[in-house]
Design a protein around this ligand. Structure first.
Ligand SMILES: [Zn+2]
Length: 386
């Protein structure tokens, strides 16, 4: 992961880069950012830059002051998340495969896969679904703390920094905390701890006091625009659509960018779903549910997220807050018309149904039944209004 591959965070990237160039890497850092932010990507880019043997230093007028080369032996290992000095700890629980004393090490291949598949935008539900522990709470337990001590006791691969990235440190089990705190207080030489968290309120004060806090700010629309322009050569209305769809969270764009940058596939699906529900066309509703059940859980979840955004925009439109309606073209046209049917009287109810569908899909409930049920309930809401 190169810094330039990550959207936004220009100042933060340069601050991290400067800490490496000036040889002032603080040994324990806490990256705090919302779900769907670039914490994982930034922590890996940071570690890769520290280890890169051919750092690229840019001219002063460049947005970034430096970056990894992306092609030295260290960078190549980093790009496969397989560098021997890069270590990860994350919440786990017992599964069919690992039925006692689960540790992060036992899930490393799933972890690498999940990171690469999600483009480093993994969230906790997605991770639990990946390893099949949806109904349990994962934790970072004593066995993992012992593993950290063992790993850091070994000498590093090429005499370089050893980097320990601990994802979702708020899931640290109280029994494991003392061991980790001791390490943070008296770290072995040339060790970097990067702790990642979504919620500082859930963190132990003792962790906060032992780490340097790095706060990730939400990405601005202009940063997303700039990134899409530079990396995907998008312009005009297409770029407007994408910025609207991201709605401040770049994670929303990942499925679209990884497929094609043409049109937004969720728009036509969602529009059709709503029209069928409005017309109470049960036969076509069933075949639509069937069709959508085959696009994959991640896509269905994105579709529900998209629907939630449209409902919100309809509500803004209905309330006369048109400056909050971030939309253009056919989508805006749809929102204007659709706001006659989705408005103050039912937006909350419809949003709750879409949220519930999203939840059921992430919990592996049958997709076709979930979608049909959601359509029927929305249809009922529309019908009450007529
Ligand atoms: Zn390199």
């Amino acid at each position: 992961m190169l810094f330039k591959e990550i959207v936004g965070h220009k100042d933060l990237k340069n601050r991290l880069i400067r800490s490496v160039l000036n040889n002032r890497i603080s040994h324990a850092q806490l990256f705090l950012g919302d779900e769907g932010s670039e914490k994982l990507a930034l922590s890996i880019a940071y570690a890769q830059f520290i280890s890169c043997s051919n750092k690229q230093i840019y001219s002063p007028d460049n947005e970034l002051i430096a970056d990894s080369c992306g092609s030295c032996p260290s960078c190549i290992k980093y790009q496969k998340l397989a560098h021997p000095d890069l270590h990860f700890i994350f919440p786990v629980a017992t599964t069919k495969k690992v039925n006692s004393k689960p540790t992060s090490k036992q899930f490393m291949s799933e972890w690498r896969e999940a990171l690469l598949e999600s483009n480093y935008y993994l969230n906790l539900n997605e991770w639990y679904a990946k390893i099949g522990i949806e109904n349990k709470q994962g934790k970072i337990g004593v066995d993992d703390a012992n593993q950290v001590i063992k790993t850091l006791g070994l000498s590093s691969y090429e005499g370089n920094y050893k980097v320990m990235i601990i994802w979702m440190i708020e899931k640290l089990h109280h029994a494991a905390a003392p061991k980790l705190l001791k390490l943070l207080e008296e770290p072995p030489a040339k060790t970097l701890f990067i702790l990642l968290s979504e919620d500082s309120n859930q963190l132990l004060k003792t962790i906060l006091s032992r780490t340097q806090l790095i706060k990730l700010l939400p990405i601005k629309d202009d940063e997303i625009r700039d990134y899409l322009h530079r990396n995907f050569q998008l312009t005009g209305e297409r770029i407007d659509n994408m910025v609207n769809l991201a709605d401040g969270n770049f994670k929303h764009l990942i499925p679209i960018l990884s497929n094609s940058v043409e049109d937004n596939p969720y728009f036509s699906h969602f529009r059709e779903m709503m029209l069928l529900a409005y017309r109470q066309d049960f036969v076509k509703m069933r075949s639509k549910a069937d069709e959508l059940s085959k696009i994959g859980r991640e896509n269905i979840k994105q579709l529900m997220q998209y629907g939630l955004r449209i409902v919100r925009m309809c509500l803004y439109y209905d309330l006369g807050n048109t400056n909050l309606v971030k939309s253009t073209g056919a989508e805006l046209n749809f929102i204007q018309k659709f706001s006659h049917f989705v408005n103050q009287s039912n937006a909350e109810e419809i949003s709750a149904l879409l949220n519930q569908a999203n939840f059921h899909i992430s919990r592996n409930v049958n997709a076709k039944i979930t979608l049909m049920d959601t359509l029927l309930r929305i249809s009922l809401i529309f019908n009450q209004q007529k």
